[in-house]
Design a binder for this molecule. Structure first.
Ligand SMILES: *Cc1c(COP(=O)(O)O)cnc(C)c1O
Length: 342
C-alpha cells in the first residue's frame, strides 16, 4: 500500500519540469560574483515581497538565523509568539549564535496570534545598564505549530506599528507567508509591509527541493551576504537549485487548492465524529488523547502524519490530489477512535 504522506509540505519531490530546468540552468560562481539564475530568483522574490533586495539561503533556519544575527547582539532580548519556529525548532541558535534572549508571548490574539498591546508591554522602557535591551519582534505568518493560522493584515500592521513605536526591529518568519497571502486574497507584499526583514521558504508547499530567501533593504542584504558566508551558506553554482525555485513560484496561484484539500480532510473527519477544527490554510491539527498511539495507528493504515504537542498534524501539499485525500479518509475511518480527544 502506497503511504499517503501528510507529515509535511516539505515532502514534495521536484517536478520533471524542475529537474529539466535544473539541468539547463545558466550558472556562475555566486561567491566570486553572482550566479545569474540565483540573481533572477532573488530579484523576483524581492519584488513579490515589496523589498529592495533578497538573498538565497539553503534553508529557512539559516534565513531566520541570519536575520536574528543582523538585528541582535549579546545582551539583547527578542519577542516572538509562543511556539514560534525560532523559539523551539531552531536549536536555540537565536540565543547562542545571534546572542538574543528569547521571550515568548502568549496567544492573546487567538491561535498563534499576539496583540500590539502585548508587544508594547513586553518591550517596556529601557532599564539600567545591567538589564536586557528588547530589540526585535519576530513574527510568524502563518504560525506553523498553532495550525497554520493567519495573522490578518490589519493585525500585522498594528504589531509592526507597536514594535516601531517601541524602537524594535521586526523580522517576519514567512516560511508559509504564501499560504497567508492565498488565504487572505492579498499579495505577499501586503503581509510583509513595514518589516525590516522577511524569510520565505520555497520548499514548503511550493515543491522546490531546497532554498529560502531572506529579503530586506539593500544594506541589510549586503550584510546578510557576509553572515551567510560566515555560516557556510555561500554556495557556488547555486543556480542549479535556484532554477527549481523559480518554477516553484509558479505554484503560488494554486496554493488555494492545498487549502481546499485539507478543508476536505477536516470535513471528512468531522463526519466520523472527530472534533477537527476548520483549517485556515494547509495545516490541520487534531488534538488526541495519545499522540504516539494515533501516529502509529495511522501509519499502519498507510497515512503518515507527525505529532505536534498533544495533537496530530496533517499537512496538504502539491504532491497529493483530492483523490488521495478521499483515500486517506477511507483508510482513517476504521481507526477514528485514535483521533478522539475525550
Ligand atoms: C520549516 C519552517 C522554518 C525552517 O525552514 P527549514 O527550511 O526547514 O530550515 C522556519 N519557520 C517556520 C515557521 C517553518 O515552518
Amino acid at each position: 500500500m502506497r503511504p499517503i504522506d501528510l507529515r509535511s509540505d516539505t515532502v514534495t519531490l521536484p517536478t520533471p519540469e524542475m529537474r529539466a530546468a535544473m539541468a539547463a540552468a545558466e550558472v556562475g560562481d555566486d561567491v566570486l560574483e553572482r550566479d545569474p539564475t540565483m540573481a533572477t530568483l532573488e530579484d523576483r522574490v524581492a519584488d513579490l515581497l515589496g523589498m529592495e533586495a533578497a538573498l538565497w539561503v539553503p534553508s529557512g533556519c539559516m534565513g531566520n538565523l541570519i536575520a536574528l544575527m543582523l538585528h541582535l547582539t549579546r545582551g539583547d532580548r527578542f519577542l516572538a509568539p509562543a511556539q514560534a519556529h525560532v523559539l523551539g525548532s531552531e536549536l536555540g541558535t537565536g540565543a547562542w549564535l545571534a546572542g538574543g534572549m528569547p521571550e515568548a508571548l502568549a496567544w492573546d490574539g487567538g491561535p498563534g496570534r499576539i496583540t500590539s498591546a502585548q508587544v508594547t508591554r513586553a518591550a517596556g522602557s529601557p532599564g539600567p545598564y545591567y538589564t536586557l535591551r528588547t530589540r526585535l519582534l519576530c513574527l510568524e505568518n502563518t504560525h506553523n505549530f498553532a495550525g497554520g493560522t493567519v495573522t490578518p493584515q490589519a493585525e500585522h500592521w498594528a504589531l509592526v506599528a507597536a514594535a516601531k513605536a517601541a524602537g524594535l526591529a521586526v523580522h517576519l518568519d514567512g516560511a508559509r507567508l504564501w499560504h497567508a497571502a492565498a488565504a487572505t486574497g492579498l499579495p505577499p507584499a501586503a503581509l510583509a509591509e513595514g518589516v525590516d526583514t522577511v524569510q520565505v521558504c520555497l520548499s514548503k508547499g511550493l515543491g522546490a527541493p531546497m532554498g529560502s530567501l531572506l529579503a530586506g533593504s539593500t544594506s541589510a542584504i549586503t550584510d546578510a551576504r557576509r553572515l551567510r558566508k560566515m555560516l557556510g551558506g555561500g554556495v557556488r553554482q547555486g543556480g542549479v537549485v535556484a532554477a527549481a525555485g523559480l518554477l516553484a513560484l509558479d505554484y503560488l496561484p494554486r496554493i488555494e487548492e492545498d487549502h481546499a484539500k485539507i478543508r476536505r480532510l477536516a470535513e471528512g473527519l468531522r463526519g466520523f465524529g472527530v472534533p477537527a477544527p476548520a483549517p485556515e490554510t494547509n495545516i490541520l491539527l487534531v488534538p488526541v488523547l495519545n499522540a504516539q498511539a494515533a501516529l502509529a495507528g495511522l501509519e499502519q493504515v498507510g497515512v503518515r502524519t507527525l505529532p505536534v504537542g498533544s495533537a496530530i498534524r496533517f499537512i496538504a501539499h502539491r504532491d497529493l490530489s483530492l483523490a488521495d485525500i478521499e483515500e486517506a479518509l477511507r483508510r482513517i475511518e476504521p481507526v477514528t477512535h485514535l483521533l478522539r480527544s475525550a
